[in-house]
Design a protein around this ligand. Sequence first.
Ligand SMILES: O=C[C@H](O)COP(=O)(O)O
Length: 250
Amino acid sequence: MRIPLIAGNWKMNGSLALIEDFGNAFSRTSFLSNAIDIAVIPPFLYLANADEAFEGTPVQIGAQTLYGEASGAFTGAVSASMLKEFGVHYVLVGHSERRTLFKEDDAAILAQARAAIDEGIVPILCVGETLEERDENRFDDVVLGQLDAVMKGLSEEQRRQLVVAYEPVWAIGTGRTATPEQAQEVHASLRARLRHYDENLADNMRLLYGGSMKPANAQELLSQADIDGGLIGGASLKPDDFIAICHAAG
Ligand SMILES: O=C[C@H](O)COP(=O)(O)O
């Protein structure tokens, strides 16, 4: 019912050579094309090369962020229509690194999600609690608050375009993965909250897990009832690892 999505967020890593390596690796790999969706999310500068390198493979390209305005005097920013021109299918919004390092707040994240949807790009909304918030048992409030901040600002039709990624901040790049039970607990809360908006939406929305997912733990995480894919950081930089995770989902 929900097609798994495995998305590799390269963050500020990679090179033209790595794009080529991935293009070659995916050309040699066979997937059942309708069993799983796959995205590679490199830095902006490599999007055109990635689009070309992944031609003929099931991989779609994604962007790591965008700006919530259509055009104008916003030095350094990139709009949804520009991403669309480069064949971008997904865009991350609200990644914890953008929230923390680039001070993006809920209003900015909502504007980004709307701008993406208006251009037919699928926003992957990232939500997640810090270690302190988990230790204080506030993770549900934090994560559901981040979800509501975007859901409340979207129309029913717009909500249907969204993918959500739960990424506990304490598990990102730390090697410390949430246990499958911890991840499933939060995913179940997210899905329950989605039911307040629309039963059908809750059944169909894909909820990804992110945070130190790797070939060794992917299968167990992905077999949880409410985990519909992964948002992979470090392990998405090695073709063999990333492809192994894709196979675990398919
Ligand atoms: O966007 C990806 C996440 O931040 C996870 O990163 P990680 O797999 O390196 O922990």
